[in-house]
Design a protein around this ligand. Sequence first.
Ligand SMILES: Cc1cc2nc3c(=O)[nH]c(=O)nc-3n(C[C@H](O)[C@H](O)[C@H](O)COP(=O)(O)OP(=O)(O)OC[C@H]3O[C@@H](n4cnc5c(N)ncnc54)[C@H](O)[C@@H]3O)c2cc1C
Length: 235
Amino acid sequence: MSFFQDTFSIFKKRDLLFLESYKESEDVYTFLFEKEKDSTWKAGQHGLFTITHKKIKKPTRPFTVASAPAENVVKITTRISDNPSDFKKGMLELKQGMKVSMSGPVGSFYLKDNSPSLLVAGGIGITPFRSILKQIEAEGNGVEKQIHLLYIDSNKSFINKDELDAIAYKHSISVTYLDSRDDLYQEINKFTTLYKNDGNYFIAGPKEMVDTTSVYLQNNNISKKNIKKDSFFGY
Ligand SMILES: Cc1cc2nc3c(=O)[nH]c(=O)nc-3n(C[C@H](O)[C@H](O)[C@H](O)COP(=O)(O)OP(=O)(O)OC[C@H]3O[C@@H](n4cnc5c(N)ncnc54)[C@H](O)[C@@H]3O)c2cc1C
């Protein structure tokens, strides 16, 4: 998406009706909102979500829309610690019928063509890839796309695992679960050896993990222009 399209989208603000929330794991929560008929996004994009039911200091956060456009719902999945920010306290207070506002969708973190793609998720960074895989499931075009998902979590807390495995099995997508950087780099090497700069590289997760993985790819002669990054601050 071009800068101008992004700028335009950011002014598109809409209220989203909260439906329900549930836990994905010990400290990861999913929040579901109603998807209005005329709203859409590209799988992998994010929105800017604002708490509106009370006044807090920093009421807005970017979140990936973790649902695919083909699903009938807007989904956010986020990690909430024992000592949450005011924003996340506000999210936990949401009750059915309350609203948050969303600006967007924005960002260029989505598949543009059928080039082989390596998707690297660090922990909560699985959110854009869940959306991308769900959209592939809806469109049934996994074979053409040659997708390799590497999902790293040092605690082996792989949210969405059953869902991802089911999509991977049916749509010829490879998903590898990892808990160490060394293993991650080995898997990356397999992909870069095969596809080099014919491949596209997507990395999402905590900023430090995204930056080091991007540097690793560049040190292995992958051009910066083939690497897309979604850096999640605050982790
Ligand atoms: C494109 C994008 C998509 C994202 N998608 C998700 C998602 O799907 N799920 C998810 O859980 N999180 C996502 N995030 C991160 C999310 O926006 C929050 O930053 C994160 O959840 C932490 O929020 P918090 O309220 O717990 O902590 P915060 O109070 O926001 O921040 C914690 C710490 O991070 C620092 N910080 C915050 N913002 C910045 C910044 N812009 N630059 C430098 N330092 C900063 C703060 O100073 C503080 O020290 C995404 C971020 C981006 C940019």
